[in-house]
Design a protein. Sequence first.
Length: 280
Amino acid sequence: MTRRFSCLSLMGAMAFAQLALAANVENKSVKNSDATIGYSVRGAGPLVVLLASTGRGTAEFDLLADRLVERGYRVALPEPRGIGPSRGPMKDVTFHDFAKDFAAVINAEGGSAIVAGHAYGQWIARTMAADYPEQVKGVVMVAGGARKWPAELSAAITTLNSPAATPQEKLAGLRLAFFAEGNDPTHWLQGWYPAVTESQRAARPLARQDSWWAAGNAPILDLQGGADPFRPVSSRMEVKEEFGERVTVKVIPNASHALPAEKPLETADAIADWADPLVK
């Protein structure tokens, strides 16, 4: 009886802690010229800003964010233009415009941060480090792609944003490009914003690659999924080979390109382990 009571008490305490974390989430917004960026923030400590992947918002980062809060961080989740309260021009914009959006969030929350970008988001994180070096203490490339990847992976993203695609076609795209074998992709059938994907894809060629690629001189954590087709084994060390000792490489097994959704706790712990010496 005592043992059962203890187990129930532990479960209740964990549920209470989760509710407490959720209750402490603040929703805010900040102006950036002709854009308004909505974001949520939670926790206390050094700031980590999490940037979403192509055409997706930050709702899927909740478990990851809560774990970082447990590790002693304050976490901001800004939405890209076109999602939730975030609004602004979506045509003829570049990586530098998106970087300015999220730098405004850092300014509003204390002035400096670790910036972790998932997939497409890591390009914007690198742009932020190049454009605002005094604000970015370090960059985390979460499931960043290799220099080149097969065209079928980009085609899968197009399918996932297509209203004409069937659920079966979308599941096939998710299994091909985003989720490792054995990991359930069905919750990613939702949460795609086609207009945001179009805007973000159009922005890529409008910024010179040499203006953002190196992430300034910021320390970099290259955090990879062990089964990510965008990042095959042959490309594991390419960022470190290019930028040397300021790059740390970490691989999380049984995860693909949806790394923070597949392995949120492991992703959070890898970020915190790497960031602790930089900010604490």
